[in-house]
Design a protein around this ligand. Sequence first.
Ligand code: SIN
Length: 560
Amino acid sequence: MTGEKRGVNAKWAGPVPVALEPTAHEGAPILVIGSGIAGLTFALKVAEEAPVLVVTKKSRADSNTNWARGGIAAGLGPDDDPELHLADTLSAGDGLCHRDRVELLVREGPDRVRELVEWGVRFHRENGDLSLGREGGHSRRRIVRAGDRTGREIERALLAAVEAHPRIQVVQHLLVVDLLVGPGVNGGRRCRGVVALDEQRGVRVRIPAPLVFLATGGGGQVYRHTTNPTIATGDGVAMAYRAGAQVANLEFVQFHPTALYPTEDPAFLISEALRGEGAVLRRLDGSLLMEGADPWGSLASRDVVARAIHHELQRSGDTHVLLDVSTMTPAIMEARFPGAMAGCRAQGINPFNGGIPVVPAAHYLCGGVVTDEDGRTNLQGLLAAGEAAHTGVHGANRLASNSLLEAVVFSNRAARAVLTDPERTQARTEPGVSFSPVQVPQEPVNRAEQVRVAHVRSRLRSIMWEDVGIVRSDEGLERAARRVKELTEVEEGRWPHLPWSVEGVELRNLLQLSHLIVTSARLRKESRGLHFNVDHPERDQGRFSEDTFLEPAPHSLSAF
Ligand code: SIN
């Protein structure tokens, strides 16, 4: 896990075409890793012509998507258009968005939202039209939503469509451990499938595939406090990096300003949409937190609001700030934000009695596996989309509710690229998927080892929270780098001798991702977007106006 750096501003050589030449695994299904919005929409599209196997490490509905509350941004309103959405996205991204990719996002977004409706997603409507909410950094109402449980509704509809599809098979409780990579065409490297742990049958499996689509979501679990579910362990980014894929911009971790306090694991997210409806942040003494701090007030972009809360907690010694929802009536809150109301009730909080106690929590990974405009990575046969990918649309700070949009737009583009690839030959089997992995015996995992792994995971999350959080320093980053390296070295020594367990594999990925985040953060010696370093408080447009690429560190998978 050395992760030698190539350095900030280094240029990416560009993707290698998918080039699906016939291989030994002719007839194997296209493999999709992850059952969130990116994986399922890609599966539905490519299944028009090819058999697809979707694997997920937990049950089919366990995905980051399911936890997404706010909604999906699209310039659909009468006073809106893609140009305004483009401008807001570029502004949030603080100089690092790839304009050409954002143009694809905002132009293709509205059609993708309509397609979700065709797949059965029931978005909130008013007088027959999609009802549009507002969130931080958006100059218009453009958030299409289903209450404040949008992700759950999208996941429900997509799973129903996938389950009804004769060419898609979903296998649950199958944890992909590593990508299998071998020689490709034109001197390149090619992904040829995966090795995985079949948790329920207790066996290791090798799954050959002509094409692997990585849609594993994010890695918020590297932090002590996160809105991400416990499955969000950065598996896709970590395994792709180990296999030789290029990653970028991993220093840009978005902290959501309003997680319910006290935080649980995962933290309960109070949607930014409440602030879109007029809720405001207050200090415990009742004064307005964001007044004078930003022209957008409580609706400033997330990096600004999360930092303001962080500074307030440092200054005052308070444990939280308050979200004042008194601009809404209880009836409106119940109708519009049933999730927030239920979350508060579960903790005995009445939002109308002094406000909702909130703190920031790690929320979203803006960087990831580098892809081109059609999801291709630098490894032949490996595509990626969703939070695991770096398409270039988020820059240094993701605009609220652009993530589900990015997932559908770029999954759709990836699927189209696969379906129109003239080299695609091996995925033309008959409907009905045959899944016959090679099995390797797997030792049972002992309880003491599970406890030890849980302990290391907990230590890692504290290290990342304390030194690689909302506000960073050179000294803190150096300390975190050292501590992550020490933990990693111990685990690397043990890894080959241990039976595989979900906990062990996740820890390996969390360590890998932490290393990548810390390394990227140490390379960027400026403050920009989500990356704020007190020792380099200024933005440095000269030296740091490009992405932070890390050199791939492929390792041998001969042990498998
Ligand atoms: C929220 O509802 O505040 C979260 C939406 C997002 O992360 O884009």
